[in-house]
Ligand binder design. Structure first.
Ligand code: HEM
Length: 374
């Protein structure tokens, strides 16, 4: 009967009693557990809850991009989800301030009992990486031989619940990167889609025009720099070398020269050209959502990288450069993850190439993108 329904009480709904009983670590209760240790546990728990929310947002964004046709209304929702991911990582990173109120000796009072427990065993962090699209070959190894998954087994060798979730996440696929890149790949370039006759020619023409303008701009900047400074010959050579390397790497990237498989290279070339086209043509109404999404992806990944970096600086302050409880090289390992792990590499790389819009290749068929010439 409807009248039998219990009224909703705050303590029941939020599960307050259960929640407050979870901070004793391995002890039966909190008696004898220091404030530092309870704070250490609470911050980890809060961050795991933030990760839970991040996973939900990423999953929503991934599901929206999974379709062959992604309507504009979905793009708004995906954008909001990605912006939330960025916000949450920022909030989580801010918690490290609280960790830093713990002096080294205070941590050392309870650190020895943690071995081999470590944030390295956070299954949710791995799930986030997998869902975003970080592939195994990109991972920074903890030691040199075993994958990160080795750390997710129980002491008796059985798989932990965390490992089960990580494996399920990997098996389920696809990643956000895969589906977003499929969508970006389809972007019309100068009005031409992958299925349009002559699309290859249009894409190649756009890239060639872009590179030519990039080179002209580079040459001008380089000669301006060389003329306006009294540099030694060695420094002049180094500066020239830097500009030239930038151009070589732009060309290699846009021609996808590092990919051997011709089919994959062809798809990658179109994807990279599409990202460059979108990012270079922010003024086109039809591209405003794609521009937004590209920005949101970068913002989400940037805030995850800042979280990693912030964690590393907190760790360095609290324990210096000693070996981590999980057995890694500690700060050295963490710094590598912040520097080397990139999911949306194509989007980051494009930022090096963008040019002053006055010098960029003019858009052909601008009316197709909703630009009113009148
Ligand atoms: C005093 C506090 C902390 C110290 C000294 C510390 C130290 C470390 C160290 C040294 C590692 C590298 C793996 C290892 O060898 O153990 C690590 C990994 C990690 N920690 Fe912390 N940590 C602290 C607090 C936190 C907090 C509050 C979180 C929030 C969830 C966290 C999340 C992580 C994660 C996710 C990793 C894995 C990073 C990766 O492999 O990508 N840590 N931590």
């Amino acid at each position: 009967m409807a009248g039998d329904k219990r009224p909703c009480m705050y303590w029941d709904y939020i599960k307050i009693e259960e929640l407050l009983s979870l901070q004793s670590g391995q002890a039966a209760d909190e008696t004898g557990v220091s404030n530092d240790e309870v704070r250490f546990i609470v911050v980890h728990q809060i961050d795991e809850l933030w990760m839970k929310l991040i996973l939900r947002e990423l999953e929503e964004a991934r599901n929206l991009f999974r379709l062959d046709y992604v309507p504009e209304s979905s793009l708004a929702s995906a954008s909001a989800a990605l912006r939330r991911v960025a916000q949450i990582f920022e909030l989580a990173g801010n918690h490290f301030k609280l960790m830093e109120t713990m002096r080294t000796q205070d941590y050392l009072r309870f650190r020895d009992k943690l071995f081999p427990a470590s944030g390295f065993q956070s299954g949710q962090m791995r799930e986030i990486e997998i869902l975003l699209g970080l592939t195994v070959d990109k991972r920074v190894p903890l030691g040199e031989e075993e994958s990160f998954e080795a750390a997710l087994y129980e002491a008796d060798g059985s798989p932990s619940k965390s490992l089960e979730r990580v494996s399920k996440r990997r098996a389920e696929g696809p990643s956000l990167k895969e589906v977003v890149y499929r969508w970006l790949y389809r972007t019309p370039i100068h009005g031409s889609s992958p299925s349009s006759p002559g699309d290859d020619g249009v894409v190649t023409g756009f890239v060639a025009d872009f590179l030519e303008r990039l080179e002209a701009g580079q040459k001008k900047r380089m000669s301006d720099s060389l003329e306006s400074q009294a540099l030694t010959e060695g420094d002049q050579d180094r500066l020239r070398g830097r500009y030239e390397a930038e151009l070589v790497s732009a060309r290699k990237f846009l021609e996808a020269k590092e990919i051997e498989d011709p089919d994959k290279a062809h798809r990658t070339r179109r994807l990279r050209a599409a990202i460059l086209f979108i990012d270079s043509n922010r003024q086109l109404p039809l591209l405003s959502w794609p521009c937004e999404i590209v920005d949101d992806l970068i913002a989400a990944e940037q805030s995850m990288l800042i979280f990693r970096q912030r964690h590393a600086r907190m760790v360095e302050r609290v324990i210096g450069r000693r070996v981590g409880t999980g057995g890694s090289a500690g700060v050295e390992y963490l710094d590598r993850t912040a520097l080397e792990l990139r999911v949306f590499e194509e989007i980051w790389a494009t930022r090096t190439m963008l040019m002053n819009p006055d010098h960029a290749p003019p858009v052909q068929k601008a009316e197709y993108y909703g630009l009113n010439s009148g």
